[in-house]
Design a protein around this ligand. Sequence first.
Ligand SMILES: N[C@@H](CCC(=O)N[C@@H](CS)C(=O)NCC(=O)O)C(=O)O
Length: 199
Amino acid sequence: MILYNIALSGNCHKVRLMLAFLGLDYQTYDLDLGTSEQLSDDFLKLNPFGQAPVIDDQGLVIRDSQAILVYLAKKYGEDRFWSDDPAELANITSWLSTAANELQNGPARLRLHHKMGRPIDLKHATDTTTKLLNIIDRHLADKQWLIVDRLSLADIAMYPYLALAHEGQVDLSPYQNITAWLTRFEALPNYVSMPGINL
Ligand SMILES: N[C@@H](CCC(=O)N[C@@H](CS)C(=O)NCC(=O)O)C(=O)O
């Protein structure tokens, strides 16, 4: 398997975590953002959106971190991080959707601004972040993991941009249930870190 990767990307980190938890061998192809390789004809054939992560599993090409997590869980995880129960499946998917929406438009955007210097709507990203963190913190008040009592794709999809939130100048210290969840996640067997995550 090949992972088309950007080293500082939280979306790519979701996939690196999943591959590590599953113990799968893979090769990494690091895209050169300096030459806009993500917009090259060759890469646009793999992902017309010009974004990483993308995986190539023996010729099967899949783009989008959430989709890749679902594929890997279903193909290699024996449903360990996924589910066949309709209600649980919907619950996990709601967090995958949150990872692609509020998490991306809140903490990840603030990081893009403060770490990478990209112009953003600061108020919108800050308001989205505050609302999101309050919701997650309340949600985790009586839970070990986002889906009650077991690690699932919900946790893997939500982890990187919460662990990297400080790079967007977000202070997580008022959110003690989130910081306890981050610590639990980082203690998992086969956990891998990435640049910017403070352990
Ligand atoms: N919905 C996509 C978003 C992917 C995405 O935004 N990737 C960023 C890195 S985190 C990227 O490739 N950026 C390069 C660019 O947009 O030029 C996913 O979850 O995989």
